[in-house]
Design a protein around this ligand. Structure first.
Ligand code: NAD
Ligand code: UFG
Length: 338
């Protein structure tokens, strides 16, 4: 079964391509490589012995999409392609709206023309409003996003819901990811952010490899057990497997359904520092810094619906998340550039 994977050369996309191949499916990738390298796909091919047809280009290029749907009989689409840097989205909001919403709209138009009406969308825990009780359920309040990136996810969900409402043949699965970390255990594929990492785990691994002298812990006076921010970290391969489970659901249902992909377990920033140290034996120097604007004290999932409906749950431990993130970072200190 052929699955079109937009943004498939990226961090979550490359791990998902690997998992799809291992599940006997055939990923086909379109990616404009604006935040990735085609080397990730070459490495997935080497790891699995599979082949991934790759179309370099923009998802907003409808002629290119038309060509892909003509050349392949595609059963469904996983739509990862998008810009995702929260801070950058505040600086260049129009670029974010144009890219993230434009790609989703073009993709749905072309899918519709070719009669392929099954899509999985990469959404985010960021669509939940900040005033919810924890853990977050799929029915928790959404909206009130604190940055344009978050709004593109919120609006992307709405575009897909409305598309599914307009035509009962559509099947839409909205997956709300919590905090993906880790890498394939081989250390051959992983996450390599451009410039100074925004996210905690890449900052920790870059500190461990000597690229940063210390970690800034953004706030130690939150109402959490140790005062630092609590998040639901999930191994990227568990997240990838969630997509395989979602494909099975997608192809046997119509309408729109939303699922959290998280572990249900929250860990603080200092828990992460200690877990990394325990897993790797490397000390991470850190300093307490002011809170980061827009951050919530606590954010973690209730993953019960995914477990009950998709039959999926996260399996990797925090130790494995730390070990695999480090294994990737130390083998590839400069990402795919060697
Ligand atoms: P990533 O940047 O590694 O992957 C996204 C890929 O999309 C990149 O390879 C990029 O080159 C490509 N891309 C972007 N715009 C494109 C366009 N117009 N046409 C073609 N390709 C395009 O990011 P990721 O961490 O793998 O995230 C994948 C998806 O999951 C994104 O939609 C992101 O918003 C979402 N998400 C990520 C996280 C996270 O913490 N990583 C959390 C929640 C949701
Ligand atoms: N943190 C630090 N120091 C750092 C980086 C982060 O203390 O250098 C703290 C943050 O304050 C927060 C926690 O570590 O308490 C996690 O921060 P991340 O930036 O790694 O993750 P966020 O939960 O802020 O956001 C991430 C993605 C969003 C996505 C969200 C939910 O960046 O795009 O997870 O999926 F929407």
């Amino acid at each position: 079964m052929k699955v079109l994977v937009t943004g498939g050369a990226g961090y979550i996309g490359s791990h998902t391509c690997l998992t799809l191949l291992e599940a006997g499916m055939e990923p086909i990738v379109i990616d404009n490589l604006c935040n990735s390298s085609a080397e990730s796909l070459a490495r997935v091919e080497a790891l699995t012995g599979g082949k991934i047809p790759f179309y370099p280009g923009d998802v907003r290029d409808e002629a290119l999409l038309d060509r892909i749907f003509t050349e392949h009989t595609i059963s469904c689409v996983i739509h990862f392609a998008g810009l995702k840097a929260v801070g950058e989205s505040v600086q260049i909001p129009l670029t974010y709206y144009e890219n993230n919403l434009g790609a989703t709209i073009s993709l749905c138009k072309v899918m519709s023309r070719h009669g392929v009406k099954a899509i999985i969308f990469s959404s985010s825990a960021t669509v939940y409003s900040g005033d919810n009780e924890m853990p977050l359920k799929e029915t928790s309040r959404t909206g009130g996003c604190t940055n344009p990136y978050g709004w593109t996810k919120y609006m992307g969900e709405q575009i897909l819901r409305d598309t599914a409402k307009s035509d009962p043949a559509w099947s839409v699965v909205l997956l709300r990811y919590f905090n993906p970390v880790g890498a394939h255990e081989s250390g051959r594929i992983g996450e390599h952010p451009n410039g100074i990492p925004n996210n905690l785990m890449p900052f920790i691994t870059q500190t461990a490899v000597g690229k940063r002298d210390h970690l800034n812990v953004f706030g130690d006076d939150y109402p959490t057990p140790d005062g630092t921010g609590v998040r639901d970290y999930i191994h990227v391969l568990d997240l990838a497997k969630g997509h395989v489970a979602a494909i099975r659901y997608l192809l046997s249902h119509t309408g729109t359904e939303v699922f959290n992909l998280g572990t249900g377990q929250g860990y603080s920033v200092l828990d992460m520092v200690h877990a990394f140290q325990d897993a790797t034996g490397i000390t991470i120097p850190y300093e307490i810094a002011p809170r980061r604007p827009g951050d919530l004290p606590t954010c973690y999932a209730d993953p019960a619906k995914s477990r009950e409906v998709l039959g999926w749950q996260a399996e990797h431990s925090l130790k494995e998340m730390c070990r695999d993130s480090w294994n990737w970072q130390k083998q590839n200190p400069n990402g795919y550039e060697g």
